[in-house]
Design a protein around this ligand. Structure first.
Ligand code: T4K
Length: 374
């Protein structure tokens, strides 16, 4: 529990006690093997495959490089249909590959790409769809796959928020031609910085592994213009330690989620989005929408939180399509993206992490209740 006026952050990265990490550090010092596919790198890949229920996973130094390499691996070109409602890295990964993003509006309940709108955005240049499983709400994977199959498009999921997520008992990460995870410090599972690509077969994993290591297939053979996307041994060891505490962290997050849902259900002007329709949730974010009928604006409420040392975030405001490198695109026209606009202008993500208790959650709720009375 945090002290009464101590900072309360949107998330906190440490799941494991420091003592558990020390023996790994000692071993790394002793072995002097720091990176380039060490034993902890191999161990974390194997552990994550087991834990996530996927077969082929390649670790990366961060999620953005994983996105860029996943697009390279599938040789995606031309235009890609994606969402304006995400972290800017989603669209940036397209520009880094010389691909034109085509933005399509989102579903108001899951904040993910609305599959009904994809078809109208397809042109002869379209080669792929890049949807995002936002906040742990899975995309409508079946509808997206139907469109992709009809038009012969690839599907690359930005699954940065979908760690451990399962729907009908199956990993959400198993869909499409690739899924990308982020293990950034702010994520539900983190390796300081980090990421991964999940792909459907060993052949693709091999190529992805070449691509993240400058394209080296062996000491003297470079098969592609690869990049340096490798995860180091300290990060991988940290991941192994964190993973042991993931179940407890989720249980703690679940309690915060339940507290918020019960306490915020009846506040006029505050919409609490429904629980994601999944069989294994990850409670990675807790979003609320501050409706126009609420007595103060979203930004005024944001400021009240800040004044009380509570670090809420407006993920994802501004929209990606508000940034200068995207706003001139025809698909960035606000008239085409009314749902994303409304959500971006009304969303707040409340603190949720394993170090919070009931009192911390109550402190957050009280700021909203007090504003509701004003
Ligand atoms: N796709 C999606 C859908 C994503 O959300 C992201 C990343 C990516 C792709 C790209 O993956 P990476 O390349 O990042 O692996 C964060 C993260 O930098 C970013 O990883 C994340 N999404 C995005 C949603 O949020 P900020 O600006 O919120 O971070 P910051 O520094 O304000 O931290 C938020 C709070 O977390 C702090 O108030 C306190 C806490 N915190 C943060 C850090 C960095 C800690 O307690 N310790 C820490 O070390 O961007």
């Amino acid at each position: 529990m945090t002290e009464e006026n101590a900072p309360l952050y949107v998330t906190q990265p440490m799941l494991a006690p420091l003592e558990e990490f020390i023996p790994y550090l000692e071993d790394i010092w002793e072995s002097k093997w720091l990176t380039n596919g060490g034993k902890y790198h191999a161990a974390l890949e194997a552990e994550l495959c087991r834990f996530l229920g996927v077969e082929h996973l390649s670790l990366f130094s961060n999620g953005t490089l994983a996105l860029i390499v996943a697009l390279q691996n599938l040789r995606i070109t031309g235009e890609v249909i994606t969402t304006p409602y995400s972290f800017v890295a989603t669209a940036h990964s397209l520009l880094w590959n010389g691909i034109k993003p085509v933005f399509v509006d989102i579903d108001p309940h899951t904040f993910t790409l609305d599959p009904k709108l994809i078809e109208a955005a397809i042109t002869p240049q379209t080669t792929a769809i890049l949807p995002v499983h936002c906040y742990g709400y899975p995309c409508d994977v079946e509808a997206i796959q139907r469109v992709a199959d009809t038009y012969g498009l690839r599907v690359i999921y930005d699954a940065a928020h979908a760690f451990a997520l399962e729907q009908n008992g199956r990993s959400v990460l198993a869909h499409g031609d690739a899924s990308i995870l982020s293990f950034h410090a702010t994520k539900v599972f983190n390796t300081f910085e980090g990421g991964a690509i999940i792909c459907p077969d060993a052949k693709q994993k091999k190529r992805i592994d070449y691509l993240k290591n400058f394209g080296f297939a062996d000491e003297v053979t470079v098969v592609a213009p690869g990049i340096n996307g490798k995860m180091n041994e300290v990060q991988a060891a940290f991941g192994l330690v964190q993973l042991k505490h993931f179940a407890n962290a989720i249980a703690a997050r679940q309690k915060v989620d339940a507290h918020y849902r019960a306490a915020l259900a009846d506040i006029p002007g505050i919409t609490v989005p429904a629980t994601p329709a999944v069989s294994r949730p990850n409670y990675s974010y807790f979003s609320i929408l501050v409706d126009p009928s609420f007595p103060i604006t979203r930004d005024a409420l944001f400021q009240r939180f800040r004044d009380r040392n509570i670090v809420v975030r407006r993920y994802f405001y501004p929209l990606i399509t508000d940034f200068p490198m995207y706003r001139g695109l025809p698909s960035a026209d606000p008239a085409r993206l009314p749902v994303a606009r409304r959500v971006a202008d009304s969303v707040l993500c409340l603190p949720i992490h394993p170090h919070m208790d009931e009192n911390d959650a109550a402190r957050v709720v009280e700021v909203i209740r007090e504003a509701a009375r004003s």
